[in-house]
Design a protein around this ligand. Structure first.
Ligand code: ADP
Length: 246
């Protein structure tokens, strides 16, 4: 990845209140001095500034409880910052409501550690459910389903139920579900947390492939081996603060 595409961020070691303006016009995701304190009073994130350009692949690492999930939740609008500003393609999810917020969320695919598949629905139904809920026609759903299944190597499992799949396969279904609506951004929160090394690497390879076709990918993990093998930029969150690692 060329340097110009690398994420721009500030760490507490180099405190700059504003990020580089020349980068900020291009950035797809921006956090400006973002802090998050939950209602119980515990600060989860403090003064985070981060800029991610279109086409980046960024790992977010750090110990359990350091704030990684909170950061992703701020991006997909599941939480609002207590302070500072989050911008997705220049739009602030915290300021959007109703259809506008729903439309912004459609532009972000999300993958979770525990897959979150619907047990009594087939693989094909799990993947197409979101399109169906968004009012896509049957023909359009079929047109989108096949490439999504192919991307994760599960065309032959389309009619299986989640319990008939391995953990790795279930995670691949959840990736297909996240990308079937062709979002420009994919967020993966500990996607390999429940997987063995082989299945973990398979998941990362799919995320790399998605990145190669232009999707901006952010992945949280504390698997140092995976990070080393994948060879993408890394930031670390420790105690709610962000540090550049690689
Ligand atoms: P990580 O993903 O790195 O494990 P989290 O973002 O889940 O970290 O959590 C960061 C901190 O925020 C932790 O101290 C956690 O207990 C706290 N936290 C997370 N979610 C909530 C919540 N909904 N309410 C209160 N505190 C929370």
């Amino acid at each position: 990845m060329p340097n110009s595409m690398a994420p721009v961020l500030n760490s507490p070691q180099s405190p700059t209140r504003e990020i580089d303006a020349s980068q900020s016009t291009e950035a797809l995701i921006q956090l400006r001095q973002v802090s998050k304190t939950y209602s119980n009073g515990s600060p989860a994130l403090t003064g985070i500034s981060l800029s991610v350009n279109k086409g980046d692949f960024l790992f977010i690492t750090g110990p359990s409880g350091s704030g990684k999930s909170t950061l992703l939740k701020l991006l997909y609008g599941a939480e609002r910052p207590s302070d500072g500003e989050v911008l997705i393609d220049r739009e602030n999810p915290a300021r959007l409501k109703g259809n506008k917020l729903a439309f912004l969320r459609r532009r972000i695919g999300v993958v979770f550690q525990d897959y979150k598949l619907i047990p009594r629905r087939t693989v094909a139904e799990n993947i197409s459910f979101v399109l169906w809920a968004q009012g896509y026609s049957r023909g359009e759903i079929q047109r989108r389903l096949q490439p999504a299944l192919k991307m994760v190597g599960l065309v032959h499992k389309a009619d299986c139920f989640p319990e008939e799949l391995s953990g790795g396969e279930q995670q691949r279904v959840s990736i297909a579900r996240a990308i079937v609506g062709t979002p420009p951004i994919l967020l993966a929160d500990e996607p390999t947390g429940n997987l063995d090394p082989d299945n973990s690497w398979q998941v990362i390879k799919i995320l790399k492939k998605l990145n190669q076709i232009g999707i901006t990918v952010l992945v949280t993990t504390h698997d140092e081996n995976l990070i080393r093998m994948a060879n993408h930029p890394v930031v670390q969150i420790r105690g709610g603060r962000l540090y550049r690692e690689r």
